[in-house]
Ligand binder design. Sequence first.
Ligand code: NAD
Length: 298
Amino acid sequence: MATIAFIGLGNMGGPMAANLAKAGHEVRAFDLSSKALDEAKSQGCSVANSAQEAAKGADFVISMLPAGKHVRGLYVDGDTPLFDVLSTEALVIDCSTIDADTARDVATAGAEKGIGFVDAPVSGGVGGAKAGALTFIVGGSEAQFAQAKPVLEPMAKNIFHAGDHGAGQIAKVCNNMLLSILMAGTCEAINMGVKNGLDPAVLSEIMKQSSGGNWALNGYNPYPGVMENAPASNGYQGGFQVDLMFKDLGLAMDVSQLSASPVPMGSAARSLFNLHKANGNGKLDFSSLMQFYQDKDA
Ligand code: NAD
C-alpha cells in the first residue's frame, strides 16, 4: 500500500480520496476548505496542515484542482513548490482538467528536478467519483503510466494511456466539448417536447430508446424530477459547475485555434454556457442550462 498526498477535496477530489483510503492506502489530505478536510477525515484520510506537509515523503501526490493556475502554483510557483519537497521516487498525478501547455510545462519542471508527472484528467462526474468508476485519461511516458495505474485502480472503471504529456488534457477537452453539445441538444429537445404538451419523463424515455440517446439524456437528465439522482432533481446543486464547463470550453477553443480545427458546434455551446453563466448561474450544475430554454413566466 502507498502513501498518497491528496490535494483538492472538492466535489470530485473528496470522494476520490475516500476511495483510496477505503482501498487501504495511507491518504494524507489537504484542501483550503476546513469543511472538506473534516469530510476527508470522516472518510478515513489523515489531514495535513499544508500541501507541503501532506507531500513530504509521499510515494504519490494526486491533485484535483480547479484550473491550470492552481496546478502551477502548487508544484512550480509559490513559496515552497511541491517539486522542492518531493523525493525523486515520487510520482505526481494531476487529475484536474487544465490546458495541455500548463500540463507539459509542469511535467518539464518536474523532470528538471527528477520528479515524474502525468496529466490524468477524468470523466464520469461526481457519481463516477463516488462509485470509484471514473475514466482516467493519462498523458505521460509508458513507465509513468505503468507506475500510476495501480494507484488509480480503486477510483477507476477505465484507465487509458492517451499519449505523452498533455495528451490526456487534449483528449479530455475533446470529450467535454462533445458533452456540452450533447447537453445543450438534450435541453433543447426536452424543452420543445414539453412546450408541445409532452411529459418530460415519457419523452426522455422515448429518446433514450431511440437514436437521440446520449450520456446527458441517459444518465444525467437535465429536467427536474425525471431522474432521481441527477443534479436537476436536487436544485442543480453538486455535480459539475457551469463555471467549470465554461473553463473547459475555453480550453477547447484554445486547442481549436492553435490547431486550426473547425468547431462551430463547440463555439455555439460555449456561447450558450457563457450567457447562462452571465445570468448568474456559474455555481449551478451544468445541466441547469435547461433553465436557459424554459419560459420564465411558465
Ligand atoms: P471543486 O471546486 O468542487 O473542488 C476544487 C477544490 O480545490 C476545492 O475544495 C478548493 O478548496 C480546492 N483548492 C483550490 N485551490 C487549492 C489549493 N491551492 N490547495 C488546496 N486545495 C485547493 O471542483 P471539482 O468539481 O471537484 O473539480 C475539480 C477538477 O476536476 C476541475 O479541474 C474540473 O474541471 C474537473 N472535473 C470535474 C468534474 C465534475 O463533475 N465536477 C468532472 C470531471 C472533471
